[in-house]
Ligand binder design. Structure first.
Ligand code: KG4
Length: 338
C-alpha cells in the first residue's frame, strides 16, 4: 500500500493532499491567500511566504485528520520544489524535509507544471504520445510528451503568460483580482465587437500576450479621447476571443505535425469556460481531449501527489539536501532531483 502526503506552496495556495494507492484521494486541503493579495492587485511574494508559514502546519494536520491517518501511516512525502516564488517554495520544502527527517520517509521533489499536467490523471490515464497545453498565471506552453515525465516544450510565450494578460486587462478595466474568472463571466454577456491587431510571434508554436494587453489599453484611450461610449463586457469578450484564439490556432497547428492520442489542458486558465468550449469544438474527434475538473485547475497538492507517483515509479527519490529551484525547467524535471 502507498500513502503519499504531498505539499504545494509555490505561489498563493497552501495545500496538502493525501493519495492512497495512486488513485484514491483521501484529502486535498487548499488554503488560498487570494483575499490577502487582492488589495494589491497581484501576489506579493513576501506576504505569500509569511502566510504559508502561518498555515502550513494547520493544513498538514487538517489533511491527516480528513484522511483519518497519522504521519506513521504515510509512505512517501512529495513537495513542489519549483518553479515558483522562492520564499513560498521554501516554506513547503522545509516542512516536507522536516517531516521526512522526523518520520524517516522518502522525499520526492516534484515539478509544479508536471503537477498541473498530471492533475488530468484524475480524469483518465495518459495515452502517449500526447500534447499538453499549459495555461496559467506564470506559464503558456505547448508540451509534447512521449512517456511518463518525458516533456518536450515545443512552444512557449515570449513575454506575458495568458493568465497574466487576463489579470492585467482586468486591472485596466477596474474589475478586480484575479482577473481570469471575472473576465470569463463578464465576457459571456458581451459581444466580440472590437478587433485587436494580431501579434507577429517568432517561432511556429510560440505565443505572445503583452501586445494584447497594450492593444486593450490603446483601445480604451481611443474610446475615451473620442468620447465614445463602450461596454466593458464587450471589451472583455473581444480580448478573451483574441487571447483564446492564439491557443487554439497554435494547438491545431501542432496537431498537424505531432501525431498524438490525447490533448491535455492544464493550469489555472484551463478553468476558462470559453477556452473549454473552443477546445471541444476544435480538437479533432479522433484525438481524446482531456480537461481537468474545475477543482484541479488552480494550484493544489492533489496534482503534486499524482505526479509524485510517476517520480516514485522511476525511482526518483531525493536526499535531504535538495533545495528549491524557482526557475526549474520542465524538461529537466527528472534531473537535479537528488
Ligand atoms: O495555475 P494558477 O492557479 O497559478 C499559477 O501557477 O500561475 O493560475 C492562476 C491564473 C490567474 O492568472 C487567473 O486569473 C487565471 O489563472 N484564471 C483564469 C480563470 N480562472 C483562473 N483565467 C481565465 N478564466 C478563468 N476562468
Amino acid at each position: 500500500m502507498s500513502l503519499i502526503l504531498a505539499i504545494e506552496s509555490s505561489c498563493d495556495e497552501t495545500s496538502v493532499a493525501i493519495l492512497k494507492d495512486e488513485k484514491e484521494l483521501l484529502a486535498n486541503v487548499v488554503s488560498t491567500q487570494i483575499a490577502f493579495h487582492q488589495k494589491y492587485g497581484g501576489v506579493i511574494p513576501e506576504l505569500a511566504s509569511r502566510l504559508h508559514i502561518e498555515k502550513i502546519t494547520v493544513v498538514i494536520n487538517e489533511a491527516l485528520e480528513q484522511a483519518k491517518i497519522t504521519m506513521d501511516d504515510i509512505t512517501h512525502i512529495a513537495v513542489t520544489r519549483g518553479p515558483g516564488l522562492i520564499g513560498a517554495l521554501h516554506v513547503g520544502l522545509q516542512a516536507a524535509k522536516t517531516l521526512a527527517l522526523i518520520y524517516n520517509k522518502p522525499l520526492i521533489g516534484v515539478h509544479h507544471l508536471a503537477g498541473h499536467i498530471y492533475a488530468n490523471k484524475y480524469v483518465t490515464e495518459f495515452r502517449y504520445p500526447l500534447l499538453a497545453l499549459i495555461v496559467s498565471g506564470g506559464n503558456t506552453e505547448l508540451v509534447y510528451m512521449k512517456d511518463e515525465l518525458d516533456f518536450q516544450i515545443i512552444g512557449r510565450t515570449l513575454d506575458d503568460a495568458i493568465g497574466e494578460a487576463y489579470d492585467k486587462v482586468a486591472r485596466l478595466l477596474d474589475l478586480g483580482y484575479p482577473g481570469g474568472p471575472i473576465i470569463d463571466k463578464l465576457a459571456k454577456e458581451g459581444n466580440p465587437i472590437y478587433n485587436f491587431p494580431h501579434p507577429k510571434v517568432e517561432g511556429k508554436y510560440n505565443f505572445s500576450y503583452s501586445g494584447v494587453k497594450t492593444s486593450v489599453l490603446n483601445m480604451l484611450q481611443r474610446l475615451k479621447n473620442n468620447n465614445q461610449s463602450y461596454e466593458v463586457k464587450d471589451i472583455a469578450c473581444s480580448f478573451q476571443k483574441d487571447a483564446v484564439a492564439q491557443l487554439i490556432d497554435k494547438t491545431l497547428l501542432a496537431l498537424k505535425e505531432y501525431d498524438v492520442k490525447q490533448v491535455i489542458v492544464a493550469g489555472g486558465v484551463s478553468a476558462n469556460s470559453y477556452l473549454r468550449e473552443e477546445m471541444k469544438k476544435n480538437v479533432p474527434s479522433k484525438i481524446e481531449l482531456v480537461i481537468p475538473p474545475l477543482w484541479a485547475t488552480t494550484d493544489n497538492a492533489a496534482m503534486i501527489a499524482k505526479a509524485a507517483v510517476a517520480y516514485i515509479n522511476k525511482g526518483l527519490i531525493c536526499n535531504l539536501e535538495m533545495g528549491v529551484d524557482p526557475n526549474w525547467e520542465l524538461e529537466d524535471c527528472t534531473k537535479n532531483n537528488k
